[in-house]
Design a protein around this ligand. Structure first.
Ligand code: NAD
Ligand code: WQD
Length: 358
C-alpha cells in the first residue's frame, strides 16, 4: 500500500466537479480537507462521496473570503497544496451581478492566496475555463491562443489567471497549474452524485436530462444556423470523472521536476508561466449529437425546438488536448455514450438532485 501523501485543501469540494475529484483523490491515496460555504451545493454530496470512498471526509464550512476561518485550517492541518474550485459560475447571473462575481471569485482567490503564502503553502491547481479563449478564430484550441472574455464570469477567470501568472513570477517557490476545462458533463458511475443545478438549468446536459426525466417539457436549441455540420453549436463535452483525474495528475506534477509523460523525452516544466493545460477530449459534438446520444442512453424521447441563438454563444469550441497528454500524461478516455449513460443514471435516481435523498 502507498504511503499517505500530504494534505490537500479542496475549496468548493462539495460542488459538482469538486465532489467527483474527491473520489479520484481518495483513490490516489491523497489526504484532503474540503472547504465550502455551500452557496451552490449541499452537504449531502459529501455524505454520498463518503459512501463511495468508504471513509469519512474532513469538512469545514466557510467562505474563501474569510481569512480567519482559512487561517484556522492552515494552523490545524499541514496543508501542502490547494485545489481551488470555489467560485460562482453562472454566466447570465454574472452579467446581472458583476460586483458579486468579482468579489466572490477574484477577491476570494486573493484572500486564499494571501493565507497560503502566509503559511508557506505554495502549490495551487486552479479551475479555469475554456471561456478564457473568448470566440476563437480557429479550432481545435491550443493553450497559446489569444485570451479574451465576453462576460463578468469569464473575466473573473481571466483576472485570476493573470493574478496567478504574476504570483508565479514574483516567487519562484510557487507551483501553479491552470486547468482550462471545456464542457464537463456526466456523473460518477454509481449514479449517487452528479450535477445539481438550482432552478432552470443554463447548461445543455442538465437541461436535456431534466427533459428526459419529465421535469421540463422541451429543450430549446439555441440556434440552428451556425456554420457547423448540423447548424447547432459544437462543444467539447468531457466526462467529469476524466476531468477529476486531471486534478490528480496536476498534483502529481508538483512532486516531479519534469513532465510525467512516460513515453517521449521528459520535458522540463515552464519557468516563466504556470503550467496551463486544456482539459478536453479534442472531439466536438453538436447540440443535436448530444440530444441523440442522450435519447439512446435513456431510451426516452427528448422533445426539442430550434429557437434563436443565445446571446454570447459561439459556434464551435473544442480543445487540442495534446499538451495535457505531453505534460501531465492525462487524456480523456470516456465516450459520449458513457457521458450520457452516467448522467441519466444520476438524473433518473435523483430527479430532485440532492433534495429529498432516498
Ligand atoms: P459548483 O457550483 O458545483 O461548485 C463550486 C463550489 O464552490 C460550490 O460547492 C459552492 O458552494 C462553492 N463556493 C462558491 N463560492 C464560494 C466561496 N466564496 N467560498 C467557499 N465556497 C464557495 O461548480 P462546478 O461546476 O463544480 O465548478 C467548479 C469550478 O470549475 C468553478 O470555479 C467553475 O467556475 C469552474 N468551471 C466549471 C465549469 C462547468 O461547466 N461546470 C467549466 C469550467 C470551469
Ligand atoms: C452548450 C451548447 C448552447 C442550453 C458554458 C459557459 C462556460 C463553461 C461551460 C464555466 C451551446 C447549447 C445550451 C440549452 C442549447 N462554464 N444549449 N440549449 O455555453 O458552451 O459553456 O458552460 O466555465 O463558461 O459559458 O455550455 O452547456 O450552456 O451550452 O441549445 O438549453 O448547448 O447554445 O451550443 P457553454 P452550455
Amino acid at each position: 500500500m502507498n504511503a499517505v501523501k500530504p494534505m490537500v485543501l479542496v475549496t468548493g469540494g462539495a460542488g459538482y466537479i469538486g465532489s467527483h475529484t474527491l473520489i479520484a483523490l481518495a483513490e490516489a491515496n491523497y489526504d484532503f480537507i474540503v472547504y465550502d460555504n455551500l452557496c451552490n451545493s449541499s452537504k449531502e454530496s459529501l455524505n454520498r462521496v463518503e459512501k463511495i470512498i468508504g471513509k469519512s471526509i474532513k469538512f469545514q464550512e466557510g467562505d474563501i473570503r474569510d481569512a480567519d476561518c482559512l487561517e484556522r485550517l492552515f494552523t490545524t492541518y499541514n496543508i501542502d497544496s490547494v485545489i481551488h474550485f470555489a467560485g460562482l459560475k453562472a454566466v447570465g447571473e454574472s452579467v446581472e451581478k458583476p460586483i458579486e462575481y468579482f468579489d466572490n471569485n477574484v477577491n476570494g482567490t486573493l484572500v486564499l492566496l494571501s493565507v497560503m503564502k502566509k503559511y508557506n503553502c505554495k502549490q495551487i491547481v486552479f479551475s479555469s475555463s475554456a471561456t478564457v479563449y473568448g470566440d476563437p478564430a480557429t479550432t481545435p484550441i491550443k493553450e497559446d491562443f489569444p485570451l479574451s472574455a465576453t462576460n463578468p464570469y469569464g473575466r473573473s477567470k481571466l483576472f485570476i489567471e493573470e493574478i496567478l501568472r504574476d504570483v508565479f513570477v514574483s516567487d519562484n517557490e510557487f507551483k501553479i497549474v491552470l486547468l482550462r476545462y471545456f464542457n464537463p458533463v456526466g456523473s460518477h458511475s454509481s449514479g449517487t452524485i452528479g450535477e445539481d443545478p438550482n432552478g432552470i438549468p443554463n447548461n445543455l446536459m442538465p437541461f436535456i436530462a431534466q427533459t428526459a426525466v419529465g421535469k421540463r417539457e422541451c429543450l430549446s436549441v439555441f440556434g440552428g444556423d451556425y456554420d457547423t455540420k448540423d447548424g447547432t453549436g459544437v462543444r467539447d463535452y468531457i466526462h467529469v470523472v476524466d476531468l477529476a483525474l486531471g486534478h490528480v495528475k496536476a498534483l502529481d506534477y508538483f512532486t516531479s521536476e519534469t513532465s510525467i509523460s512516460p513515453d517521449e523525452t521528459r520535458v522540463p516544466f515552464p519557468k516563466t508561466n504556470p503550467l496551463t493545460v486544456n482539459l478536453g477530449t479534442g472531439n466536438g459534438y453538436s447540440v443535436l449529437d448530444m440530444l441523440k446520444a442522450f435519447e439512446r442512453a435513456s431510451e426516452k424521447k427528448v422533445a426539442y425546438k430550434i429557437v434563436p441563438r443565445r446571446a454570447g454563444d459561439i459556434a464551435k469550441c473544442f480543445a487540442d488536448p495534446s499538451y495535457a497528454k505531453k505534460m501531465l500524461d492525462w487524456e480523456a478516455k470516456k465516450s459520449i455514450d458513457e457521458m450520457c449513460e452516467d448522467s441519466w443514471r444520476w438524473q433518473e435516481n435523483n430527479p430532485d438532485g440532492y433534495q429529498n435523498p432516498t
